[in-house]
Design a binder for this molecule. Structure first.
Ligand SMILES: Cc1cc2nc3c(=O)[nH]c(=O)nc-3n(C[C@H](O)[C@H](O)[C@H](O)COP(=O)(O)O)c2cc1C
Ligand code: SF4
Length: 441
């Protein structure tokens, strides 16, 4: 299979790819030439329409069309904000941090294009607190831009537009990635999500209209401006096209970050890019640990928003995790339950308590104390939680619980009946493949 020519990650492996000097030396549409084109050749509304036409869909999880979101901003004369979501806390996901670490200038150039389109004069990059290197690289790149007259009172010296960009380091909690939680944290408060509507595009940062987009979503914008919406729509399926960074981990020979066109099949990503599985595949999580699990018979599913959805899961954050047949599904679920329960912000009782019950049930199954009917009880708990919470964090555990039980019920029943696992794994332990053992040491 011919490998995809990378667009977003093209320069990731080059020395000093994060510096302005490197960025300018690339020539072509880099070096802030595309931002100049956006400001000189597009009226803001025309640029929103171009992004709408491209069908660029959000890379942060829900796949909502970016241009459509931008057009929700009310024309009420109030200041508007752009918040770039760089919280990236979904287990199995490591793409946004790579963009910030290895190509921060392309993100800034895309932000300038996006801010021109939505008439925003102050943008924020909300970065997960643990990403110390990424915070430093983003800040250094922004400082270079101010010094070079790219940002500030007179963007690129064109006399048309003012733009400031501020980096905010989060406190390192999963819930900071939920858009209203992110805004609360950016305002200096606890990252408590809020009930929607109003959506942030109408009432966001300090109650001003705010667009929140994922890092990778925004990073696509400069390429759409440079090459046009029609070019973008030809990369993958028209209903959700474009280049896509897949984060492949788990039982594969070469875990890593791979850029492909949306619509490339799971099989191609796992075999042609990630070197094939270690052992026999038991399950594939296509889009970060909160997404429903898929089974080996679905490996020829195209990895795009609509095809993965039709197959019963979601593309999510494109954090693809492969499980081989030595993986204990109950143990894997316990691991997730512990994480999502810990990350609940505690505002909603069904999430705060319900995720705890699910963790306890997984724990007793995994350690040999499961009772008849526990799998059904877990499903009932999920039904009681669903739709009764402020945000979707609770669903991040419900989806795996329901799908693991639906697809691997025999393993749950085996744990209940035999008080142990049918794989050779010790309770609570994962078997690390030999060639990956060092990375886990
Ligand atoms: C619990 C929770 C955590 C989330 N974490 C992230 C995150 O780390 N990064 C992200 O981009 N979106 C995250 N999202 C989705 C955001 O709320 C929001 O939809 C997204 O940033 C919008 O960007 P997009 O339209 O470009 O995808 C999360 C959502 C939920 C419910
Ligand atoms: S669903 Fe959970 S994380 Fe979301 S607001 Fe409610 S308690 Fe907080």
């Amino acid at each position: 299979m011919a490998k995809f020519e990378p667009i977003l990650s093209k320069y990731f492996n080059q020395p000093n790819s994060w510096t302005l000097q490197h960025y300018r030396s690339r020539g072509g549409h880099y070096g802030y030439e595309t931002a100049k084109k956006a400001i000189n050749s597009f009226e803001p509304k025309a640029l929103v329409d171009e992004v709408k036409k491209s069908n660029l869909r959000g890379r942060g999880g829900a796949g909502f069309p970016a241009g459509v979101k931008w057009s929700f901003l009310p024309e009420n004369g109030k200041p508007r904000y752009l918040a770039v979501n760089a919280d990236e806390s979904e287990p199995g996901t490591f793409k946004d941090r790579a963009i910030m670490a290895y190509d921060p200038h392309s993100l800034i150039e895309s932000m300038i294009c996006a801010c021109w389109a939505i008439k925003c004069h102050h943008a924020y990059v909300f970065v997960r607190g643990e990403f110390v290197r990424e915070i430093k690289r983003m800040q250094a790149a922004i400082d270079e831009c101010y010094k070079a007259g790219i940002l500030g009172e007179n963007v690129l010296g064109l006399g048309k537009f003012k733009l400031d960009i501020t980096v905010i380091g989060g406190a390192g909690a999963y819930i900071c990635g939920e858009e209203t939680g992110l805004l609360s944290a950016a305002e200096g408060r606890r990252a408590y999500p809020k009930i929607k509507p109003p959506f942030p595009a109408v009432e966001g940062y300090f109650r001003y209209p705010t667009i929140i987009n994922n890092v990778e979503t925004i990073a696509c914008v400069m390429h759409i401006v440079a090459h046009g919406a029609d070019w973008f729509r030809k990369i993958g399926p028209e209903s959700g096209p474009g280049p896509k960074l897949f984060c492949v981990s788990g039982h594969v020979q070469k875990p890593g970050l791979y850029e492909v066109a949306l619509g490339t099949t799971l099989r191609e990503i796992i075999y042609d890019y990630a070197g094939g599985p270690v052992g026999n595949i038991k399950g594939i999580i296509p889009g970060g640990s909160s997404m429903p699990i898929m089974t080996p018979d679905q490996i020829d599913t195209p990895a795009d928003f609509d095809s993965i959805r039709a197959a019963g899961s979601f593309l999510g954050s494109a954090g693809m995790i492969v499980f081989n047949d030595e993986t204990c599904i109950v143990n894997a679920l316990l691991n997730l339950a512990r994480f999502y329960h810990h990350e609940s912000c505690g505002q909603c009782t069904p999430c705060r308590e319900g995720l705890g019950w699910l963790e306890k049930l997984c724990h007793r199954l995994e350690f040999g104390h499961g009772k008849e009917g526990d799998a059904d009880l877990m499903n009932e708990v999920c039904v009681m939680i669903k739709g009764r919470t402020i945000c979707f964090l609770a669903d991040s555990l419900i989806m795996p619980v329901q799908s693991y039980i639906a697809k691997f019920r025999d393993e749950f029943e085996y744990h209940i009946k035999h008080h142990k696992c049918q794989t050779a794994t010790e309770p609570g332990k994962f078997k690390v493949p030999e060639h990956l053992a060092l990375a886990h040491a």
